[in-house]
Design a protein around this ligand. Structure first.
Ligand SMILES: [Zn+2]
Length: 349
């Protein structure tokens, strides 16, 4: 832990270091940025730096003292993390937190209360928190972590000093993965798929994501070619794995996007799936650009529909039928021709 181990959030870390040096820490921060980019790590690093018993000259925590070790282990009595019970943070939880922060720190010099994700606070809970933010208790710093500030009450946002966390550059993630022992080729491919999230990349690196992608693609295109019955069968199979469904759609989306980019540029220079650049180069020319653009749009729409609790099986089926219209090779047709008829032969339909 410590600021030294944070990847790709130099600006936020610099601002916090500066506040630490000047002893001008805010009473409330709002860390805003996508998931997995290090918001929680920075929050803990700050709590560590403030409560460290042997702080280093650069303002970072020593990482070795008893206070540092307690923060790292999540057992420091002055570093509180409030997470949702079930889906929301209820008003009772915020009341309990308020009571807690009203007391003096137990061991450290300053108490930290982390609310992650802050979007989980109900409106009532936010209003309860607002009172505390308006009349800050002496030695407490609140840190609200959120993906979108818009999900919080403006009154809450306005009481916090806001720090923006951006996606972590792909090259930094790849280097981090390589340093963690992930083979270079895999590190690059996974870093690109993680879309700026270190946490996501680490999770992906540990999983067989590239193998999952290859298995999916090896079944998808033959199914599109074979016809509606094969599409229904594959849709059912994909939808059965509820946990992996979002990832499957993500993989499909980046693949279609890569086909489009390769078709437009004429080479796979900017693709996400770099380990499969040759396959992309070979395949991209076979599709009309506008069909690929449409495919990207329909996969993205299906991905979004999933997030809003659409029926997974029906969403998958509709998506595969649509992709079949767009991407299945027309029988005897010219693959480089204009967009194939949307009605494409539909036996059994
Ligand atoms: Zn320390």
């Amino acid at each position: 832990m410590g600021f030294g181990g944070i990847i790709g959030q130099d600006r936020a870390v610099a601002l916090l270091r500066q506040a630490l040096r000047a002893d001008r820490l805010a009473h409330a921060y709002l860390f805003v940025g996508p998931g997995g980019v290090g918001k929680r790590r920075v929050a803990f690093a700050l709590a560590q730096a403030v409560n460290c018993l042997h702080r280093l000259p650069d303002g970072d925590a020593c990482g070795a003292c008893v206070a540092c070790r307690k923060v790292a282990a999540g057992v420091h009595p002055d570093v509180l993390l409030l997470t949702p019970e079930e889906a929301t943070v209820r008003i009772e939880q915020v009341r309990a937190l308020r009571e807690e922060v009203g007391r003096r720190p137990y061991e450290g010099s300053r108490r930290f209360a982390l609310l992650d994700p802050a979007e989980a606070l109900t409106e009532q809970a936010q209003n309860a928190l607002l009172k505390t933010l308006e009349e800050p208790a002496g030695a407490t710093t609140f840190i609200l972590l959120a993906q979108r500030a818009g999900a919080l009450l403006p009154t809450v946002v306005s009481r916090c000093q806001r720090l923006a966390f951006g996606p972590v550059p792909e090259a930094l993630i790849a280097r981090h993965l390589a340093a963690a022992g992930v083979p270079a080729d895999r590190a690059h491919a996974v870093a690109a798929l993680a879309r700026g999230s270190v946490g996501g990349a680490l999770a992906l690196a540990g999983e067989a994501v590239l193998e999952t992608r290859d298995a999916l693609l090896s079944r998808l295109f033959p199914a599109l070619e074979r016809g509606p019955a094969a599409c229904v069968e594959l849709a059912e199979e994909i939808a059965r794995d509820r946990e992996g469904l979002g990832e499957a759609f993500d993989l499909l989306l980046t693949w279609c996007r890569d086909l489009l980019v390769t078709a437009v540029l004429g080479h796979p220079g900017l693709v996400v799936n770099r380990d499969r650049a040759d396959a992309l180069a070979a395949a991209a020319g076979g599709f009309p650009v506008e069909a690929l653009a449409e495919a990207v749009a329909v996969v993205a729409a299906a991905r979004e529909a999933l997030e809003t609790n659409a029926n997974p099986r029906l969403t998958c089926e509709a998506l595969l039928f649509r992709l079949r219209d767009l991407l299945a090779p027309a029988s005897g047709g010219d693959r480089n021709g204009t967009r194939r008829e949307g009605e494409l032969r539909r036996p059994g339909a």
